[in-house]
Design a protein. Structure first.
Length: 256
């Protein structure tokens, strides 16, 4: 694995990131990765090994965005930083078709919040999107937020509620710039959603899958039984994590 710090964007519209790779075969295609952590935790250090492993499976480099966290930096800091990083890649000469948007949990939701901003602002769309256990509904109104409270051993309802409140603050959680399940997409790029059936955020993946399909998107969907939230985090130690990372790699390679 190799890692290199960098900043993407320009001036005060720039954000720290960490380039992660494992013998990347392409220098002209990249992953822009948005980490999870309920908008209050996570950084390049916590997610670097997993992102490097995913990048290796895809044969690419990944720019892991170290976006600002709540409560010190509530909405719109995280999504603004994600946009700064995306625009930074465009400024360096990457086209939309050269970029794979990818993320997990809160970062998986940010993937589609960013896609909505990209569409709204007329920026070049990414080649594809990948989301692992995405958090797409910060109103937390989906059935799994009730039905899977006891079965999700990794994501306590109290903790995720506090993270939501710290990020959203006085804003309306039902706006597309916070919860992408309320967005309207037009011809979205191919997407791959990965989710555990009994996790707290399962409903968000089902809703995102259906809305992307309804918008004309090509959506690959992989659901696992009896696995924890973002099980890919345990790469190198847990066979299902390694298998799922290889599936992500296969999806990206087919789209390239």
């Amino acid at each position: 694995m190799s890692f290199a710090p960098d900043r993407l964007g320009s001036g005060n519209r720039a954000v720290d990131c960490l380039w992660c790779s494992m013998q990347a075969r392409s220098a002209r295609k990249v992953i822009l990765y948005l980490h999870g952590g309920g908008f209050t935790l996570g950084d390049a250090v916590s997610h670097g090994a997993m992102v490097a492993r995913i990048a290796g499976a895809c044969g690419l480099r990944a720019a892991l965005v170290d976006y600002r966290l709540a409560p010190e930096h509530p909405y719109p800091a995280a999504i603004d930083d994600a946009q700064f990083a995306y625009e930074g890649l465009l400024a360096r000469g990457f086209g939309g078709d050269d970029i794979i948007l990818m993320g997990d949990s809160a970062g998986g939701g940010l993937v589609f919040t960013l896609l909505h901003r990209i569409e709204q602002q007329g920026l070049p769309k990414p080649r594809a999107c990948v989301a692992i256990s995405p958090w797409g509904d910060l109103t937390m109104a989906g059935e799994s937020f009730r039905d899977n409270v006891a079965s999700d051993i990794m994501l306590p309802i109290g903790w995720i509620t506090r993270g939501r409140d710290a990020y959203v603050g006085a804003h309306d959680a039902a706006i597309p710039d916070i919860s992408p399940i309320f967005a309207t997409f037009t011809a979205p790029p191919p997407s791959f959603l990965v989710v555990a059936k009994h996790e707290l955020l399962a409903s968000d993946s089902y809703t995102l899958r259906d809305m992307l399909k309804d918008a004309g998107g090509d959506v690959a969907f992989h659901e696992e039984e009896n696995l924890p939230h973002v099980w890919t985090f345990y790469q190198g130690k847990f066979a299902p994590a390694d298998r799922t990372i290889m599936q992500i790699g296969d999806f990206v390679k087919r789209r390239l």
